[in-house]
Design a protein around this ligand. Structure first.
Ligand code: ADP
Ligand code: MG
Length: 260
């Protein structure tokens, strides 16, 4: 078979495998293989490796888009020197997603603007890259979602569906206090994931104040108990990163508008 025919056959076979990219990588890597004297096995491995990498990347991108992150944030953008509450080596290794296999939780506490949402998002994006399905929403949004399911008599189905997500991020626990039924739904969400799948929670309030959020010390204590049973808890510190930044960089004539 001449080279043209082989090329056509590769294109046909790649399409049949639903891997049309192989057509282009096979041709490109064949030139490289001839120049560098690769073995047949080296060449096959290189072609397959490119395909797998491309598939993983597009899978990660789909998972990131489906997760509902408020913005894209990375660990690289996070200035750990500005955040005395957490060290890089406590958080960056979590990017591998090992804690997800163990259904461990991560709790990020601290005042507004200290980077809780940033780190929760970066962890979520890393989990998407590690092959996990992720959903991000605020505590208020989670409760609204569960209330809707409850109204339509499909709370159990919804909780079971959510357990298929390796990671659920609950941002801003404590910004708004919950009514009793909301607190109860939130408790069910936490319980349904306990020892099955991971949660990342962020809150501006220390655990001692969660009783006020859930309107009941006992419910709050039971919930905290389940959350921290297998969890890393980090307390971020200091003033809002953005405000500090503005203050340091502001020219005298700059007017600071209310952010967010
Ligand atoms: P929180 O959720 O704790 O209120 P955010 O994560 O929303 O705070 O942070 C507010 C803004 O400041 C975001 O744009 C975030 O990216 C940025 N930020 C906060 N801390 C840092 C940091 N240490 N390094 C870089 N950016 C930061
Ligand atoms: Mg936040």
């Amino acid at each position: 078979m001449n080279a043209d025919d082989t090329g056509k056959q590769i294109a046909y076979l790649a399409a049949a495998l639903k891997a049309p990219r192989i057509r282009e990588t096979a041709a490109r890597l064949a030139d490289q293989a001839r120049d560098a004297g690769w073995t047949y096995e080296d060449y096959l491995a290189a072609v397959l490796d490119r395909e797998v990498a491309a598939r993983n990347a597009s899978g990660a991108e789909l998972r990131i888009r489906a997760a509902g992150f408020p913005a894209r944030k990375t660990f690289e953008e996070f200035v750990f020197d500005h955040q005395p509450g957490i060290r890089r080596d406590q958080i960056v290794p979590l990017a591998s997603g090992n804690y997800l296999a163990e259904a461990r939780n991560i709790v990020l506490l601290g005042p507004p603007g200290t980077g809780k949402t940033h780190l929760a998002t970066a962890l979520g994006i890393a989990a998407c890259h590690a092959g996990h399905r992720v959903l991000f929403a605020t505590a208020t949004d989670w409760v609204a979602r569960l209330q809707d399911a409850h109204r339509h008599d499909r709370l159990r189905t919804e909780l079971a569906r959510l357990r298929r997500y390796g990671l659920i991020i609950i941002d801003e626990v404590g910004y708004l206090p919950f009514e009793q039924d909301a607190a109860n739904l939130f408790f069910q969400l936490v319980s349904s994931r306990h020892e099955h799948a991971s949660l990342i929670l962020t809150s501006n309030l220390p655990f001692a104040r969660w009783g006020d959020v859930f309107g009941d010390q006992t419910v709050a204590a039971a919930m905290i108990d389940r959350i921290v049973h297998h969890a890393d808890v980090h307390t971020l510190k200091g003033a809002s990163y953005r405000l500090k930044h503005l203050a340091e960089n502001a020219l005298p004539s700059v007017r600071v508008e209310q952010a967010d």
